[in-house]
Design a protein around this ligand. Sequence first.
Ligand code: PAF
Length: 285
Amino acid sequence: MKIIKTVHEMQEFSLAQRTGGKTISLVPTMGYLHEGHISLLREGKNRGDVLVMSLFVNPMQFGPKEDFSKYPRDFDRDSGLAKSAGTDVIFYPDVQEMYPEPFKTSVYVAELSGMLCGKTRPEHFKGVTTVVMKLFNAVLPQRAIFGEKDFQQLVILRQMVKDLNMPVEILGMPIIREPDGLAMSSRNTYLTMDDRRRASSISKGLLNATEAFQKGLKDGKALQGIVRSDIQAAGLKEDYIEVVNEKTLKPADVVSDTARIVVAAYAGNVRLIDNMPLKKIKKKK
Ligand code: PAF
């Protein structure tokens, strides 16, 4: 496994691979890998000839009062896990390499970036789209793989690629969960034992809502209410609970087959996000 730290070397490597007829899969990460990332790496390995994982804790997507400096970092652990999952290259630039001074350009996907998480984190998605565009320009992948846990991020990146005619296929992979249902996230390491126990109420609420949907409940507000009562009973603080259209992220008052229920809530000081699709399971005849 190669470790590449500069954009120039990364581009040279990728151009040589592409000239040789190889396809490149990219899994962008901020490190502190968990099973969710590993599932993305495995998918990338199956889908392409060369698997690149980027590891960059992107300062541009953290707000001034957010956790950039304390975000968990452990390169040795991450590189071991990435290697076992079949990664060929870790692209591991530093902040100066990604944002050399003066840095003046950003990519912003209007409307979608201001909804849901964008209300509490107004600059966050601008940081994500800018860094992902830069990672695509450095790694030159034919496809990039992201987790559905950050569902809004996935929708925004699909829109960016479409709007800017970028020749990269965006793949979204299902959320990987802990045994009690909590969606895996590098930020789960911040949870105290008590908050960790209470955090599983988010996925329980989502599961209860999807079950009610399967039994015929289609009213968006009523489905939201089911999740709300579970997370309130566990003492979590809601940021938002919404039933949204999967493409536009606009509220769906009456649920059709392309809706998703999305949640952000605080367990103690830790902001957690999760979601589940509201899709009718077709009964076999
Ligand atoms: O999902 C993440 O970990 C980050 O937002 C990403 C896509 C690696 C960009 O920094």
